[in-house]
Design a binder for this molecule. Structure first.
Ligand code: F0G
Length: 407
């Protein structure tokens, strides 16, 4: 088998990658792209990857086939992996890195998936694209749709997305719909409307989005020389954690890494159906009807990718835990004030989670740890202003300055 195909994660049924499908027509479960990895030569891949810049499309042999001459791209990926010795010292650990995926073109990891998803959309000759979003997916989709010249509809929960993300959604010429409900209601509406309105859905239930997102795992392996021992990552709808697992697993399978990390999924305490299911050993999640957290990006009660993510987290040997809003806020400050990294609240959940995991004895102090910072702090200026000291207003005189600086 040297062709790629879509496979149902539950019943294993196969489908062509040129069919527009978001779930298995036979059993309703999610689909994933399967690539012909066994026919790939490790040395050949290494040589090709090393000859290109660190970017999503550096890994094109490990991405689904796109028949366009050039993909719809804004040079996404290639984000920094910061060694964070100041936080490591405070936590008493040796090797801590933050993968700052907020440094992507629209300020979040979503761009990795969107370059692949939009390129596939153009390849499939769709006319219009859509998503539901807590903010970052819509910010990314509107930009990539504009670049591709596609019509775009985004549905966001009314009054519940961060200001920076709202401004992005509004700026690129898309139809922005503010849905009276939460993210789960908006996603439900997008899925129900796609056929009737001819909308190609680019939420992470689209099997091509995770393909782009998995490149962050490839990059981490290349930046460190191998996979880390531990990956800590915020979980909302569950797409990204499953994508990392797929990425680490594929890199290991083709022989470009020697191990795969334990993946720890971090949810906000008020929106934690996945962490709860794992803690109780339940077979399925119990959706949270009214999810609540200051980390609006992960304010999701009924994550569409729950099955994929629980499999990824358990399969990796990790687990999922919750953190409180105040732990998230403290970690956001910690990253900003001791490492210079300004991340949005949801992104800080990984550092908050790490602190808890160390306390629980889940992670050993000498292990190589990567925390994923999924979105930039400028996405949510209100959150930052709320938790920071107000600027001190002064007269433009040296005396005024002296009296302030001497206190
Ligand atoms: N961090 C940020 C900054 C996010 O925007 C999201 C998800 C996550 C973490 C969680 O990732 O859903 O793949 O588990 N944001 C989506 C959106 C839901 O619509 O922008 P996930």
């Amino acid at each position: 088998m040297d062709e790629e195909f879509l496979r149902c994660i539950e019943c294993g049924e196969r489908y062509e990658t040129d069919e527009i499908l978001y779930s298995c027509p036979r059993c309703g479960n999610l689909l994933e792209v399967i690539l012909p990895l066994e026919s790939m030569d490790r040395h050949g891949l290494r040589k090709k990857f090393d000859s290109r810049d660190l970017r999503v499309w550096r890994y094109r042999e490990l991405l689904p086939r796109i028949r366009l001459k050039t993909p719809i791209s804004m040079d996404e990926g290639g984000t920094p992996l910061h060694k964070c010795s100041n936080i490591a010292d405070r936590m008493g650990i040796r090797d801590l890195y933050v993968k700052f995926d907020g440094m992507n073109p629209t300020g979040s990891f979503k761009d990795r998936g969107m370059t692949v998803g939009i390129s596939k959309a153009v390849d499939l000759k769709v006319k219009a694209v859509a998503c539901a979003s807590t903010g970052n997916t819509s910010a990314s989709l509107v930009a990539y749709a504009a670049r591709a010249g596609l019509k775009c509809v985004v549905m966001i929960p009314s009054g519940a997305i961060a200001l920076g993300k709202l401004s992005q959604a509004m700026m690129h010429g898309a139809k922005v719909l503010s849905v009276r409900g939460n993210f789960d209601d908006a996603l439900d509406l997008v899925m129900r409307s796609s056929k009737d309105f001819g909308l190609y859905v680019l939420n992470s239930v689209n099997p091509f989005r995770p393909e782009g997102q998995k490149t962050a795992a490839f990059e981490i392996c290349d930046q460190l020389g191998d996979a880390p021992d531990v990956l800590v990552i915020p979980v909302g709808n569950g797409g990204n954690s499953a994508s990392y697992w797929k990425g680490f697993s594929e890199y290991l399978e083709v022989g470009l890494s020697r191990k795969s990390p334990r993946i720890y999924g971090i949810q906000a305490a008020g929106a934690a159906p996945i962490a709860k299911a794992i803690a109780s050993g339940a077979e399925r999640i119990e959706p949270v009807k009214k999810p609540e957290t200051i980390a609006t990006a992960i304010r999701i009660g009924n994550p569409a990718n729950w099955k994929k993510t629980i499999r990824a987290i358990k399969g990796s040997g990790g687990t999922a835990i919750t953190v409180t809003d105040s732990e998230i806020t403290e970690s956001q400050k910690l990253l900003a004030r001791s490492e210079g990294l300004f991340v949005e609240p949801a992104a800080a959940a990984s550092i908050a989670g790490l602190s808890r995991l160390l306390g629980m004895g889940e992670i050993e102090k000498g292990e190589k740890i990567v925390c994923v910072a999924t979105g930039h702090g400028l996405k949510d200026p209100d959150a930052a202003i709320k938790i920071s000291e107000k600027p001190v207003e002064i007269e433009p005189s040296l005396e005024a300055l002296r009296s302030i600086l001497s206190t």
